[in-house]
Design a protein around this ligand. Structure first.
Ligand code: SAH
Length: 206
């Protein structure tokens, strides 16, 4: 089966399972070639709904998790979004397909370099910086939204501060047991949090 057909079937399955809410999320999942983001030997598995290894002991999240996080963040066209944890760049590409402008921070230089190359080849506008996501990326703040693809004990303060009032932050929160959290930033800077089930992500470094 060719990649495009496999991708359509994956999205159809996620739809049947009720995993996709927004049209923008569905269209982005249909558009982004996940197989381009994994090693050659893993391409045959690229459209299975499961995490895959991407090197440096890290994994690309399962497609349904990217769908759920994208629905929770709900970026609009022309939004500016901050991502912590570029990994292979797949999730960043999905977000860029919706929002247009993504800034992403990756801890591992080798992953950042690969992702940068791949994303620019495929034509996505994602700026990637090597560093510790705990600091966010203040030069481009404020963001309309932010998300973490690695689990932190709490939402990093700097990241919360760099999101505009009304903007959302989506993150796996916890150490051994993690919960997917969406926090909306109120005008006074406090966060209005909702919880969206148990998840398993790699821990945030640093
Ligand atoms: N969204 C990615 C999945 C990344 S897995 C994708 O689509 O492939 C989580 C990533 O977070 C890993 O690449 C890991 O190196 C990175 N990470 C861990 N701690 C970090 C930190 N403090 N700052 C930035 N990135 C971090």
């Amino acid at each position: 089966m060719d990649h495009e057909r496999a991708r359509e079937r994956l999205v159809a399955r996620l739809d049947e399972q009720g995993r996709i809410e927004r049209d923008a999320t569905r269209e982005a999942l249909l558009a982004v070639p996940r197989h381009e983001f994994v090693a050659e030997s893993r391409r045959k598995d690229a459209y299975d709904d499961r995490p895959l290894p991407i090197g440096a002991d890290q994994t690309i999240s399962a497609p349904h998790m990217v769908a759920i996080m994208s629905d929770l963040l709900a970026p609009e066209a022309n939004d500016s979004i901050l991502e912590i944890g570029t990994g292979c760049g797949y999730h960043a590409a999905v977000t860029a397909a919706i929002a247009g402008d993504v800034k992403s921070i990756e801890y591992h230089a080798s992953l950042a370099e690969n992702a940068r190359e791949r994303l620019s080849e495929l034509g996505y506008t994602v700026d990637i910086r090597v560093g510790d996501g705990h600091d966010g990326w203040p030069e481009h703040a404020p963001y309309d939204g932010a998300y973490l693809t690695c689990a932190a004990p709490e939402i990093p303060e700097a990241v919360a501060e760099q999101v505009r009032p009304g903007g959302a932050i989506v993150a796996p929160i916890g150490t051994r047991r993690q919960t997917l959290v969406r926090a909306r930033r109120r005008a006074d800077g406090s966060l209005d949090r909702t919880e969206h089930g148990g998840v398993r992500f790699v821990p945030m470094q640093g």
